[in-house]
Design a protein. Structure first.
Length: 367
């Protein structure tokens, strides 16, 4: 077998191992990160197809189809990694970023499968390969360098922790690999690949694999780090449907913010009542935001929980929803009793670590 076949086999094996380990860790910690699991799955499938293609296990007439499936799997890997970045850092998908990603994917898929259709017409497929390369390579560069790298560099600037630097290095390695791939692809189209570039083209396979595995290895070793938000999270409180405070806890932050949860819960309850009675809105309010501060709310059957933070990404919203479900399940009898004794909810502190692993309580004393 050629060297590239061994590289492809190694990629498939490593991504397969990471997929199993990541699935185990997320299941054990009850962390829901389907985007990364899907990214690993398609990375593993792409590696398997690359091995089949480069290992000469298929007839030559089928190789263009196998290659098209292989590159399609890799682009799906990048797409789900992009969704993970959006989920981790933003409340909603950006139409602009999503449009860019889907445009690159559409260009690649259209070109690849047209190549399969016109497999015997070299004058047609040569130009289509250039379009497929433009879609595939630029998709990777956009996701890993343009979008991903600045996110983790900013996280390092705000937290001064080592893991964001590791993530940044990992994404830089992936980006560097695709720079090598892009140069080889575009200069090959012009029949002008220099010897030095040809000699290092294997880095186009090794660097992205190394970077992605380094990135995922950090999360596998510490799955809770998925919930490490670089922005400040100030307070979490729970109130009943009338706005009466039941439980509240402050978190350690890099900058202080004076918040009176009793007053805030009453105001939020009043605003919610205005929406429902005055404006005839059936659903509860889910967030109130200003330029630098957001209040994220989640309402259950009996209570409403809120987090005050600089920024509230989608992954935090899902965690808060889980928190409300478990809070109501744990304290259903105390909530229904309506004794007014908030001390019965003190053990709600035990819910924080499993659901919000990186929230550090300022003190054991409740607000």
């Amino acid at each position: 077998m050629e060297f590239t076949a061994y590289v492809s086999l190694l990629i498939a094996i490593l991504f397969g191992i990471m997929l199993v380990l990541f699935a185990y860790q997320t299941s054990r910690k009850k962390s829901r990160v389907p985007q990364l699991l899907a990214s690993l799955f398609f990375g593993c499938m792409g590696g398997i197809l690359a091995f089949i293609d480069s290992g000469e296990l298929m007839a030559s007439g089928s190789r263009s189809t196998i290659l098209a499936f292989q590159l399609s799997c890799y682009s799906m890997q990048f797409f789900f990694f992009y969704l993970f970045l959006e989920h981790l850092n933003f409340m909603k998908l950006s139409p602009i970023r999503l449009g860019i990603v889907l445009s690159f994917m559409s260009l690649q898929y259209f070109s690849l499968w047209t190549i399969v259709w016109f497999d015997n017409f070299n004058e047609v497929t040569t130009n289509l390969w250039l379009l497929a390369d433009l879609g595939y390579n630029n998709l990777a560069l956009f996701v890993f360098l343009v979008m991903g790298l600045p996110i983790y560099l900013k996280a390092y600037q705000e937290t001064r922790e080592r893991k964001p630097i590791i993530f940044s290095i990992a994404l830089a390695l992936v980006g560097a690999g695709f720079v090598v791939i892009s140069l080889n692809d575009y200069l090959s189209y012009l029949h002008a690949v220099p010897d030095w570039l040809f000699s290092i083209q294997v880095l186009g396979d090794i660097l992205p694999m190394t970077g992605l595995l380094l990135f995922l290895l950090v999360y596998v070793s510490d799955i809770d780090y998925i919930y490490r938000f670089p922005n400040n999270n100030y307070i979490l409180f729970v109130a009943n449907k009338t706005g009466s405070m039941m439980h509240a806890v402050r978190f350690k932050t890099r900058r202080p913010l004076r918040i009176q949860p009793e007053l805030l819960s009453g105001v939020l309850s009043a605003i919610n009542s205005v929406f429902k009675s005055g404006l005839e809105v059936t659903a509860d309010i889910t967030s109130i935001a200003s330029k630098n501060l957001t209040i994220l709310l989640e309402s259950g059957k009996f209570v409403t929980a809120a987090i005050v933070a600089d920024k509230t990404p989608a992954i935090l919203a899902k965690a808060l929803k889980r928190y409300v479900t478990e809070f109501e399940s744990k304290f259903v009898d105390q909530i229904r009793a309506e004794t007014g004794d908030t001390s019965v909810f003190n053990s709600a502190l035990d819910l924080l670590k499993p659901i919000f692993p990186f929230f550090v309580v300022e003190s054991e004393k409740l607000v």
